[in-house]
Design a protein around this ligand. Structure first.
Ligand SMILES: [Zn+2]
Length: 392
């Protein structure tokens, strides 16, 4: 296995899917196949019955422990996976409490789907963060680590765990272990438990810590309660255990969508901007900016993600995927779900010029065409030109 070659500036692509070597945490075997593809082909060897038996044993313990009460928490965005997780938990005879975290700016579609999730027959707790503080953190995340959605990335871990501790509900069901299909180190692909180490290593926090916010932005600690992970002793006292459901059932986003759709989940009218599906990331209007920065830093975005997952499942050929990437990847995030970039920038008090400067700061120049003064070349719509689009 070799690690990615981001620092050397050379990019290559998985021989089977189209994940690039710049993708964080990805590794490749000697045949140039990524760990995401290897993990997917290894699924055939997994004894799922055995795993589900193990899950039933775990569940039994928590049902007994929390008899007459909620016996698990499902951290939720109200999306297709949250629908699937909830349906699965109900099938398993659980009494889940849904912890619904409202994004920075919620779309109408996102609101519909959050309401729909409750109709599956569950109690739902909805948490919204103080927008004055949050918008400062959005901007800080964008400026310092190139991630406008940093608040969301941390709170999907911290809030459900706080509620676990405070309401004495030890078991949490997250969805897929992202390292599995996204090609993390093989030793981490069989992890069933999401703990603090996992959150810090893979949770997309990019080295930014809640303490940094308090220090640099001078936000009082009491205003950052929901951004703070519970203390080790608190978690141990309750026995908080967060499991990835995807380690017990073969995970497939499209299949989750089909099930969600049969249960009232609504999609966008066309493929979501910057993607090749119409059923994902429908709630958070900021998401397109987040995804665009992934493209600037690593040269791939949601188009390559979904294409790669589809290739593994025989739904798309590699050539078709390359074509889709060339047509759709990396477009300047002018509009998302019908909301304009300026609406988002106004919210976080950022001008368009400032935004473009931040984009340029986070762009990996070795991946894009520059002029003879090493300045990024852009077309009339502000789109960059990717150097390595041949996918050899
Ligand atoms: Zn691959």
């Amino acid at each position: 296995m070799s690690n990615n070659t981001f620092n050397s500036g050379k990019i290559f692509f998985c021989k089977k899917c189209i994940f690039p070597s710049t993708k964080p945490h990805i590794e490749f075997n000697d045949d140039g196949v990524c760990t995401g593809c290897l993990a997917y082909s290894n699924r055939k060897e997994i004894n799922w019955d055995e795993r589900q038996k193990k899950l039933l044993e775990i569940i039994k313990k928590y049902k007994k422990k929390n008899e007459g009460y909620y016996n698990c928490i499902i951290p939720s965005s109200g999306g297709k996976d949250s629908h699937y997780q909830t349906i699965k938990a109900l099938e398993l005879g659980m009494n889940p409490l849904i912890v619904n975290i409202v994004p920075d700016k919620i779309s109408e579609l996102g609101r519909h789907n959050k309401e729909n999730l409750k109709k599956l027959g569950v109690d739902s707790m909805e948490i919204s963060l103080n927008p004055r503080i949050r918008h400062r953190i959005n901007k800080f995340g964008l400026e310092t680590v190139g991630d406008i959605c940093w608040p969301e990335h941390i709170t999907i871990f911290t809030i459900p765990k706080k509620i676990s501790v405070n309401m004495n509900i030890p078991l949490l069901f997250y969805g897929e272990c992202p390292e599995n299909e996204n090609g993390g180190p093989l030793e981490d692909q069989d992890r069933t438990v999401l703990d603090r180490r996992w959150m810090e290593e893979y949770g997309g926090l990019l080295g930014l810590r809640t303490n940094d916010l308090s220090d640099v932005l001078q936000i009082p600690k009491e205003k950052l309660v929901l951004y703070t992970y519970p203390a080790k002793e608190e978690l141990e006292k309750v026995g908080t255990t967060a499991l990835f459901l995807g380690q017990f059932f073969p995970w497939d986003g499209q299949n989750n969508f089909e099930i969600a759709k049969q249960n009232g989940f609504r999609t966008y009218t066309k493929d979501v901007e910057g993607s090749i599906v119409n059923y994902e990331n429908l709630d958070n209007v900021y998401f397109r900016v987040h995804d665009y920065f992934k493209y600037l830093k690593y040269g791939y975005d949601r188009v390559a993600d979904w294409s790669s997952w589809h290739i593994r499942r025989g739904r798309l050929s590699r050539d078709e995927a390359v074509k889709l990437v060339k047509e759709r990847s990396g477009k300047f995030p002018e509009v998302y779900l019908g909301y304009s970039l300026s609406e988002i920038l106004d919210e976080i008090d950022c001008t368009r010029d400032e935004f473009i400067k931040i984009c340029d700061k986070f762009t990996n120049k070795s991946l894009f065409v520059c002029d003879n003064k090493n300045k990024l070349v852009k077309d009339k719509d502000g789109n960059l030109i990717f150097k390595n689009s041949e996918y050899i």
